[in-house]
Design a protein around this ligand. Structure first.
Ligand SMILES: [Zn+2]
Length: 82
């Protein structure tokens, strides 16, 4: 990783929070387009951020949870009878 990369690192957190100056955002996006190292890092960080945010949210959306519960019950019934 070059010196530039290291400079971007500090800004990438803000970038993921969407709190960066649009000009710097463009710069980062530009750099990510050309630099695989930084692209991988942003992808990884993005996933982590999303996971953290999801974790703080209230479990699953009701519809999805219902679907999952129904599916599990169905499997259970198939396996262990009525
Ligand atoms: Zn880079």
């Amino acid at each position: 990783m070059g010196k530039k990369c290291r400079e971007y690192m500090g800004e990438i957190n803000d970038y993921l929070d969407g709190e960066l100056d649009p000009t710097i955002c463009d710069e980062i996006e530009n750099h990510i387009g050309q630099c695989e190292n930084c692209r991988i890092m942003v992808d990884t960080l993005k996933q982590t951020v999303v996971l953290c945010r999801e974790g703080k949210r209230e479990a699953l959306p009701a519809a999805l949870e219902e679907k999952l519960t129904g599916l599990l019950r169905e499997r259970w019934n198939k396996k262990f009878g009525k």
